[in-house]
Design a protein around this ligand. Structure first.
Ligand code: ZN
Length: 341
């Protein structure tokens, strides 16, 4: 099976267009045409992970964090990022990252998994994404087939429908492609499409009001019963196997409504407060940022790796549920760069 089939499947769950603008999710090393021999799933594609992939006979790494975020101008192995890319290419290993696009989906996303571990119910997106654009392309059948076959539409949420139209000089059938796409990348998409199919492609762009969508950052959920703050902290520590939780002052009340965001979610504090959450569970908090809790809720920093560790299992389940024609493995390596003494 080709790598592009796996990518297509994963991006039906978490379309690449749902990623944040700073992100670099997608196929970072390798070709969509590569034949999959085996898949290794991890959070961080480090050099040790590459060694593990080689040892296990895996030629595809599916990672949560992209190994490359910014442009690289020289590849001489002076840091681990360059060394990983060089090693992957030398060993014919593809690296695919499914990052903030997987953070931003309610179903089968990073935060749903974390919410499950914290025994939260009635989940809703904390900060729904509102910046989607609807893109409609009007194509002839040949062009629509070429667009479908190209990797350009990977990760685009494509709703394709065929309709026979009277317009067009020769009254040929016209295919309407409809895609939902993040604001800011619609023009790049059009440019790429025109490069592929010609300059005369017609399109329409419109806003989508998706306030109540299942796409966005963080989640809000409820515990089945109100519990003491200390009980919730103990539960988190036990369920997530945490060594330490850094948190702001407890407020001496029972908690039920919990806001969460796997990874660095501090930017969502205003939304968590506005939603009336009793706790905000996330990671990567700095000293001064803890003050922003202002006794309105309890901020709990559980660690970046710790908050996302179950994403490996999530991806493993999603992939093995769908494909049985190649072996998939969860990494056995703990790539957490943070140690506790
Ligand atoms: Zn992360």
């Amino acid at each position: 099976m080709k790598l592009k089939s796996l990518i297509q499947y994963l991006e039906q769950i978490a379309p690449a267009s749902y990623q944040e603008s700073y992100d670099n999710a997608g196929l970072i090393v390798g070709s969509p045409e590569d034949k999959i021999k085996g898949v290794l799933i991890c959070l961080d594609s480090t050099e040790a992970i590459l060694d593990e992939a080689i040892a296990k006979g895996c030629n595809v790494i599916v990672a949560h964090h992209p190994i490359v975020f910014k442009g690289i101008k020289k590849f001489n192995g002076k840091n681990y990022v360059e060394r990983v890319v060089i090693k992957a290419i030398k060993n014919d290993i593809a690296i695919y990252a499914i990052h903030t696009n997987l953070d931003n989906v309610l179903e089968n996303g990073v935060n749903e998994m974390l919410a499950g571990m914290l025994e939260l119910e009635d989940l809703q997106i904390l900060s729904p994404k509102q910046n989607l654009k609807k893109l409609q392309l009007f194509l002839n059948e040949d062009d629509s087939n070429r667009l479908t076959a190209s990797t350009l539409t990977n990760g685009m949420k494509i709703h394709k429908s065929l309709r026979v139209s009277n317009y067009g000089l020769d009254e040929m059938p016209v295919v309407l492609f409809e895609t939902l796409i993040s604001q800011g990348i619609e023009h790049a998409f059009i440019q790429k499409t025109r490069k592929l199919l010609g300059e005369d492609i017609q399109f329409e762009i419109s806003d989508v009001n998706n306030q109540n969508s299942k796409v966005g950052s963080g989640l809000i959920g409820y515990l089945k019963h109100p519990i003491l703050e200390e009980t919730f902290l103990r539960r988190m520590k036990y369920n997530l196997n945490l060594k330490v939780i850094r948190h702001t002052a407890l407020l001496g009340q029972k908690v039920r409504k919990i806001a969460i965001c796997g990874g660095a979610g501090g930017f969502l504090l205003p939304q968590a407060i506005k939603a009336g959450a009793d706790f905000f569970v996330t990671a990567d908090y700095k000293y001064h940022e803890f003050f922003d809790a202002e006794y309105k809720l309890v901020i709990a920093d559980i660690g970046h790796y710790e908050s996302e560790q179950y994403t490996i299992e999530l991806l493993y389940e999603l992939i093995t549920k769908k494909f049985s024609n190649f072996a998939s493995h969860c990494t056995k390596i703990d790539t957490n760069p943070v140690n506790y003494f």
